[in-house]
Ligand binder design. Structure first.
Ligand SMILES: NC(=O)c1ccc[n+]([C@@H]2O[C@H](COP(=O)([O-])OP(=O)(O)OC[C@H]3O[C@@H](n4cnc5c(N)ncnc54)[C@H](OP(=O)(O)O)[C@@H]3O)[C@@H](O)[C@H]2O)c1
Length: 310
């Protein structure tokens, strides 16, 4: 089968198109013929250094975690041949999604909604799971609560805005002016153009901040959070100094990590089916153009999601 392999960490040039054997499946796994893959900033981090794929000795590495496709073989009672499935496979771990076929634990997948395309389903894996797990598991966002979502136009942010609205929260989201209309179209109650104003001057009395940006943004966010509120950082570390600064206002600050979960994928499937969330796919690349896809996600300007077709 066709796959994109990585023998050595480094620049996008190290991603090589190769013909490799189709994987075999173990108990409780299914073989998925992949129709669409989505990529995430973590793919780039995993390409550059071993830091993300710690402990994975197997070579070549096959990057990627988000897939949507059709089951062609099953050793699981959960799915049968012909089922259309989607999910984030083996995260954190070796997902091996940049390929025509993926061996996936059934426990990481859900049935793809019949009214959702493979492109939209593949998009709604790692980024959507991150939004879902942070808003419902790491923090239980309630009706009427005020949430500030930084980078509301990005992969995680655009699902987080929609899920927070679904949960009944009051949503304030940041992006540049270029993405203002998009962010408001997702249901955000207020938009802050972070390039035109300091977000601290615009938002206040916040219960929860979702921070997919830097430590500096986390620290600046303390001033907008109410006493006893929470800041979740997903892309930057939370050190003792930051915790202490939050502690002065009784604000909890912590970092979370998304994890594969078929159960959570079922929740996302329901939201997609009901139209409560939609994937915004801004770019689609052929697998052969994976280097271009990486260049695009690396720009930090992605609107919604990028999909790759094997
Ligand atoms: N810990 C975890 O479990 C976890 C899970 C998922 C993602 N992450 C991490 O979270 C980060 C975000 O992921 P993602 O997929 O959402 O990234 P992404 O799709 O690449 O985000 C791009 C978006 O960020 C916006 N943006 C950039 N700088 C901004 C700023 N200063 N203020 C407001 N918006 C800004 C851009 O909007 P403009 O062009 O309008 O500026 C763009 O739309 C990545 O570092 C990723 O690795 C962590």
């Amino acid at each position: 089968m066709k796959a994109i392999i990585l023998n050595e960490f480094g620049p996008a040039q190290n991603l090589q198109l190769a013909d490799i054997p189709t994987p075999e499946i173990n108990d409780d796994q299914v073989l998925v013929k992949v129709n669409a893959i989505s990529i995430n900033p973590v793919d780039v981090k995993s390409r550059e250094t071993q830091a993300v794929l710690t402990g994975i000795k197997e070579r070549p590495i096959i990057l990627g975690w988000d897939i949507s496709g059709v089951v062609t073989e099953s050793k699981s009672s959960q799915f049968k041949k012909g089922d259309e499935v989607f999910g984030m496979v083996n995260f954190p771990g070796h997902g091996k999604a940049y390929a025509e076929f993926v061996a996936a634990p059934a426990a990481h997948l859900a049935l793809k909604p019949v009214n959702t395309s493979h492109d939209s389903a593949a998009a709604a894996c790692l980024a959507a799971l991150t939004a879902w797990q942070n808003l419902t598991e790491y923090y239980r966002l309630g009706k009427g609560q005020r949430v500030l979502i930084h980078a509301g136009s990005g992969g995680v942010g655009h699902y987080a805005v929609q899920i927070a609205k679904y949960l009944g929260a009051y949503v304030i989201a940041t992006s540049s002016s270029a993405n203002k209309r998009f962010v408001l179209s997702l249901g955000a109650d207020e938009h802050i153009d972070y390039q035109a104003v300091q977000f601290e001057d615009e938002a206040d009395d916040i219960d929860l901040v979702i921070n997919p940006l830097s430590r500096e943004i986390a620290e600046r966010s303390i001033s907008v959070v109410k006493q006893g509120g929470t800041i979740i950082s997903i892309a930057s570390g939370v050190d003792d100094d930051l915790k202490e600064k939050g502690g002065e206002k009784n604000v909890k600050i912590f970092r979370t990590m998304v994890k594969s979960s078929g159960k959570d994928m079922q929740q996302l499937a329901k939201l997609l089916y009901d139209g409560q969330i939609e994937s915004h796919v801004s770019e689609v690349f052929a697998l052969e153009d994976i280097r271009k896809a990486h260049a695009s996600i690396e720009s930090g300007r992605t609107v919604g999601k990028i999909v790759v077709k094997p």
